[in-house]
Design a protein around this ligand. Structure first.
Ligand SMILES: Nc1ncnc2c1ncn2[C@@H]1O[C@H](COP(=O)(O)OP(=O)(O)OP(=O)(O)O)[C@@H](O)[C@H]1O
Ligand SMILES: [Mg+2]
Length: 303
């Protein structure tokens, strides 16, 4: 019963087509309005992609939501804030070969942002890449003055040039993630649709609240995104039902289904919206982009 109720409320974008592992789902795409074009750019809304649990779709969502927003004419900056550098690799950048990365921009003075910024294969979407150098920042920041604001300071001069900045966090709640939250207006929390998905969410919420109280009153939870959803299993549907029960409207209507196309895109170094634009996965992230834009306040001035 419960599950049936949620079946009606949640729309799985991109019902699985033959190119996926799954059978078809019955749900139609929900219509979020086509976002109006923007005549001017900036100031950017900064959004952290955050969950201390590993492998839940943070990086996949950063790349593909970013690309979908860029396809809707938004100027997008992606920030790889994970020393693993998966976001950079996922956009075809050889992380070992980087002369300068987000580490230098955040930790050193006098670095020119243009020397760190990289274009991506997606028009209108740039990247501040990272690599393993960033792992040193976690320790070095501890003894810095205003250590939680290091990323915020580095991003500030860039905000006028972009509409959206998406920060891909590492799977921990350490100093790098606190920096990402301090620099952000909103947080998107990707959650894998499996039984232990909700474990740790309370701790994440607590961290977000602490950052809001002490460092960044702008910060709000933008939404929870169910990822890797398998509509064939009762298990997957139950987890979704529990999510909505616990978080109500904070759960995005858009749900990202599990499909092998996502791992394939990483190998290709492209977002799914470029690699397989007609796939259900690409449609899902385009829908998420429309849903996110519909949720955002129209006036984005950073007063
Ligand atoms: N909807 C999906 N269906 C199938 N596989 C997916 C989906 N989303 C992501 N993946 C795959 O799952 C793995 C983990 O995803 P991703 O790297 O985006 O998670 P993450 O939260 O950034 O991980 P980490 O915490 O390690 O940074 C990757 O191999 C990715 O290709
Ligand atoms: Mg990641």
């Amino acid at each position: 019963m419960l599950v049936d109720g949620f079946e009606q409320r949640l729309d799985v974008a991109g019902p699985d087509a033959p190119d996926t592992d799954l059978g078809p789902t019955q749900r139609p795409l929900r219509d979020f309005p086509e976002p109006p074009p923007v005549a001017e750019h900036g100031p950017a809304r900064v959004v952290a992609m955050c969950n201390q649990k590993g492998g839940v779709g943070k990086t996949t969502t950063t790349i593909n939501l970013g690309a979908a927003l860029a396809d809707y004419g938004r100027r997008v900056l992606l920030v790889d804030f994970d020393p693993q550098g998966a976001l950079s690799v996922g956009l075809g950048i050889d992380a070992h070969d980087l002369e300068l990365s987000i580490y230098n921009l955040v930790m050193e003075r006098g670095i020119r942002v243009d020397d760190v910024l990289q274009e991506t294969p997606v028009k209108g979407m740039d990247l501040l890449p990272s690599n393993i150098d960033l792992s040193a920042a976690e320790i070095q920041l501890v003894s810095e003055v205003a250590r939680e604001q290091a990323l915020s300071r580095a991003l500030y001069p860039l905000l006028e040039a972009y509409d959206v900045v998406l920060v891909d966090c590492q799977p921990s709640l350490g100093m790098l993630t606190v920096n990402a939250l301090t620099a952000s207006d909103g947080v998107i929390v990707p959650l894998e649709c499996e039984y232990f998905a909700l474990r740790g969410v309370a701790l994440l919420q607590e961290t977000i609240e602490k950052v809001r109280d002490r460092l960044n009153p702008r910060l709000q939870i933008e939404g929870l995104l169910a990822t890797m959803y398998d509509s064939r299993t009762v298990h997957g549907r139950e987890v979704l039902a529990r999510l909505v029960e616990a978080f109500g409207d904070k759960v995005f209507h858009t749900v990202i289904a599990r499909t092998v196309r996502f791992p394939e895109t990483t190998v290709a170094g492209l977002p799914i919206t470029s690699f397989a634009p007609d796939s259900p996965g690409a449609a899902a992230y385009r829908q998420l982009a429309r849903e996110v834009l519909a949720r955002w306040p129209v006036a984005r001035s950073r007063s």
